[in-house]
Design a protein around this ligand. Structure first.
Ligand SMILES: Nc1ncnc2c1ncn2[C@@H]1O[C@H](COP(=O)(O)OP(=O)(O)OP(=O)(O)O)[C@@H](O)[C@H]1O
Ligand SMILES: [Mg+2]
Length: 220
């Protein structure tokens, strides 16, 4: 009985951690743009306020989907993956430019599939955030490649950051594994979970000092 109660408590604890982790991401974006606003032009300000407004709405929707206990339920709809990635690029673009970093997206203009738009967005934000946090002193290039076959969509997120050793790479998918001072070690495990809920797979390749490649395969 005690073991069952402990397991339920552990699960609830993990859900709470994941929830805090996902709400934190949009707030980090907002705080980045709020810092940039005092030194920006009127046009930039307008753009940044719009991003902040959207990101605040996104954190509110994460909160409501959590409180409605919809965490492991997917809200499946037809979506354009390219559009989703462009939307994320738009969120990060100016923030990254200021910090010597750029995202490039390569692939077809429109890629339709069935999936949960908000949850997939969280996956790619987690992966992009990881790449950004892995930057060294050089220019960080994040390349997102999308390929489409009859049955599958393959997406790779490639960065030229610090990379991982073989040992670190194996541990990266473990819950709570982090090498960062303020990391929770939840970005990759949570992303993997969402991809698997979509009946897809998430794999990692990495080389210390060279960079990291995250490969995702999703059924259409
Ligand atoms: N693109 C990357 N380049 C280098 N190391 C990475 C990369 N992505 C992940 N890692 C390594 O894997 C670890 C786990 O990543 P994960 O996203 O799960 O947690 P985190 O980034 O540490 O914390 P958070 O919960 O805030 O995302 C990181 O701490 C880092 O050591
Ligand atoms: Mg992370």
């Amino acid at each position: 009985m005690n073991t069952i109660i402990r397991k339920i408590e552990q699960k609830e604890n993990l859900e709470l951690h994941q929830f805090a982790h996902e709400v934190k991401n949009p707030l980090v974006v907002c705080s980045g743009y709020l810092e940039m606003i005092p030194n920006s032009t009127f046009k930039q300000k307008e753009k940044y306020y719009k991003i902040i407004e959207k990101e605040v709405k996104r954190s509110l929707s994460i909160i409501s989907s959590f409180s409605e206990k919809k965490r492991s339920n997917l809200n499946i709809e037809e979506l354009d993956l390219r559009l989703l990635l462009e939307e994320i690029n738009e969120i990060f673009k100016d923030l990254f430019k200021k910090n010597n970093c750029k995202i490039n997206i390569i692939g077809k203009e429109e890629i339709y599939m069935h999936g949960d738009y908000e949850k997939l967005k969280q996956v790619f934000i987690n992966l992009i955030k990881n790449a950004y946090e892995a930057r060294d002193n050089n220019f960080l290039q994040i390349l997102i490649k999308i390929k489409e076959t009859k049955k599958q969509i393959k997406i790779s997120v490639i960065d030229n950051g610090i990379g991982m050793t073989r040992k670190e790479k194996i541990k990266a998918t473990d819950k709570y594994y982090t090498t960062k001072k303020y990391g929770n070690g939840l970005g990759i495990p949570y992303s993997k979970e969402i991809i698997e809920l979509h009946h897809g797979i998430l794999n990692l390749k990495s080389k210390k000092g060279i960079g990291t490649k995250i490969m995702i395969k999703l059924p259409k």
